[in-house]
Each structure stands twice: as C-alpha cells, then as structure tokens.
Design a protein around this ligand. Structure first.
Ligand code: BV8
Ligand code: ZN
Length: 255
C-alpha cells in the first residue's frame, strides 16, 4: 500500500467530522461524461449556451432536447464503488456530510441500496447543491414533480407544462447565473466549517459557490484529501492528493 494511501486512511480514521464534496469525476466510472476535459459532456454545446436561464428563455426546445438526452443517458448508468463507499462512510461515521455538485442522482441510488436496513438511512444521502436532473420544476409556480423520461422535444408545443398553472416545466437544476438553494448551500458551508477533514472527489473545483466547500474547511484549520487523476488548484493545498480514479482509490482509503 502506498504511503499516500496509508496516510489518507489514517486521516480518515482520526477525523472527528468529515465533509465530502463530489463532482462529475465520481460518476465517470459509471459512464456519465464529465463537464470539462476529454470526452466531456459539454463538447457538443458550450455550457453558457444551454445551462443558463437566458438559453432556456431563448430556446426552451433546444435546452429540453439536451436535458432529455442527458436524463436518459444517466438513467442507463449505475452507481460505482465510489458512490457506494461514500454512502457507507456516511452511515458508519456519524458526523460525515456528503455534498455533491452532480445532478445525476447516482449518490441517491447508491444510498437506496446501501442504507436500506440502516436505522438512520438519511445520513447516506447527499446535499445536492446543483439540483437533480431527473426532477422537473415549474418555471411559473416552482412546483417540483418527478421528471418524465419521455420528454418530446421535437417542437416547443410538445414540451412539458405544469398541471397546476400550465407554465413551462424545466429541469430542476441550478443554471449558471442562478442562485443555489440557500438552505442547501448554507448547510454545506456549515458542514465544511465544522469538518476537520474534507474529501474532494472528482471535481475541477472551478464552479462557485460549491467549490468554496474545501476552502472553508482549510480556512477553519482542517485538512483536505483530494482524489483526482488530474492536478487541480486544490492539489497544492491538499494534505494528500491521490492521482487516481475514485472507484479504485476510495475502496482503498475508506473500506
Ligand atoms: C451563482 C447544473 C450567483 C446544471 C451546474 C463569470 C460569468 C458568469 C458566472 C460566473 C463567472 N464567474 C463566476 C461565476 C459564477 C458561476 C461560476 O462559478 N462559473 C465558473 C464556471 C467560472 N457560478 C454560478 O453561476 C452559480 N450561481 O453564482 O449565482 C447569484 C447569487 C444570487 C442571486 C443570483 C445569482 C451556479 C453554478 C451552478 C451551475 N450548474 N450544473 C447542469 O448540470 O446541467 S455546474 C456544473 O459544473 C455541474 O454541476 C458540475 O458538477 C459542476 C462542476 O464541474 P465538476 O463536477 O468539477 O466537473 P468537471 O468536468 O469540471 O471536473 C471533473 C473532474 O473529475 C476533473 O478534474 C477530472 O480530472 C476528474 N475525474 C475524471 N474522471 C475521474 C475523475 N476524478 C476521479 N475519478 C475519476 N474516474
Ligand atoms: Zn406551475
């Protein structure tokens, strides 16, 4: 076992409070493309083009076409050992908080299977700071409903509308330029402040305010373990920067 893995295992074992921030990299081994870097999801579209309220106002059909494609792609993917390890960590280690930037719902699906017969399964579920792609939200009355997998985005007329107020539905995700849910992000920051260890898994840590989570732990005197095949701006501030894939490294440091 490498010195880094041993050191990371010791940091986890000694931690009294852990906050975990995951990004698209934790789902890469499940087959969900990441956002930046090789084979990324944004390749065919620039994020500003589609993941913004302006894009939705300008061309709701194109935005829905992209999200319907992503929703069905994600529905065919399954959680990988990284999601399962993190759910188990949260169940076994009482003061662990999972925070994810991902909207793919794979942490939830891992928790559903890992936490099934646990006395407090809620601990295994993450704070989803950017929302959830499989949920719809009404652009008029904000009503949230389970997302449909059969969105017909060939014309604007066939797009889904709210049964309550007839306004256009949208995917229940946070777009660029939109505020995050204040309770969710404040709970994430509170977890980061009280954590003495932050695990940063599979994120380029460029999207704020989510990327503040590890910085808040560091500024509160805590330590960071990073798991990412690539170097990020957090790597130099991490006590351990494990250059590997989440599905392979996390079982080594958490199980
Ligand atoms: C806000 C949901 C204010 C939608 C997403 C300039 C102009 C405009 C805006 C800004 C600006 N400067 C700053 C901003 C703010 C902006 C921002 O931070 N922009 C960045 C890009 C500069 N932030 C916002 O707009 C936020 N809102 O600030 O509002 C406000 C306040 C009050 C009132 C009104 C407004 C909202 C941000 C949320 C945007 N929504 N997603 C959707 O998914 O369609 S963000 C999107 O990026 C995803 O959620 C994703 O999770 C997130 C972060 O990306 P990562 O997860 O890190 O993914 P990435 O591909 O980048 O990296 C993957 C990593 O994994 C890589 O490092 C790779 O090496 C690694 N990896 C690969 N394989 C593996 C692996 N690691 C481990 N194992 C592997 N196998
Ligand atoms: Zn409505």
């Amino acid at each position: 076992m490498s010195l880094d893995i041993t050191y990371a295992r010791d940091l986890v074992a000694q931690a009294s409070s852990i906050v975990v921030l995951t990004g698209a990299g934790v789902s890469a081994e499940s087959g969900v493309p990441t956002f930046r870097g090789p084979g990324s999801l944004w390749k065919s579209h620039r994020p500003e083009e589609l993941a913004t309220p302006e894009a939705f106002a300008r061309d709701p059909r194109l935005v829905w076409e992209w999200y319907a494609w992503r929703r069905s792609l994600v529905a065919d993917c399954a959680p990988n050992p990284a999601h399962e390890c993190l759910a188990r960590l949260a169940l076994d280690h009482e003061s662990t908080r999972l925070v994810t930037q991902n909207v793919d719902g794979l942490h939830h699906r891992a928790a559903d299977s890992v936490a099934a017969d646990h006395e407090d399964p809620s601990r295994a579920y993450p704070l989803e700071v950017h929302g959830a792609i499989h949920r719809d939200r009404c652009s008029g009355c904000d009503r949230r409903t389970p997302g449909r997998n059969d969105i017909e985005a060939s014309s604007t007329d066939s797009l889904p509308h709210c049964e309550n107020c007839q306004s256009l539905l949208r995917p229940d995700v946070v777009w660029f330029g939109e505020a995050l849910d204040s309770t969710i992000i404040n709970d994430s920051f509170e977890a980061a402040r009280s954590a003495d260890l932050c695990l940063v898994i599979g994120t380029s840590a460029v999207v704020y305010p989510a990327a503040s989570v590890p910085e808040i732990t560091l500024d509160s005197g805590g330590t960071v373990i990073e798991v990412n095949p690539q170097e990020t701006h957090l790597s130099p501030r991490s006590s351990v920067s494990l250059k590997g894939r989440a599905g392979e490294v996390l079982p080594d440091i958490l199980d």
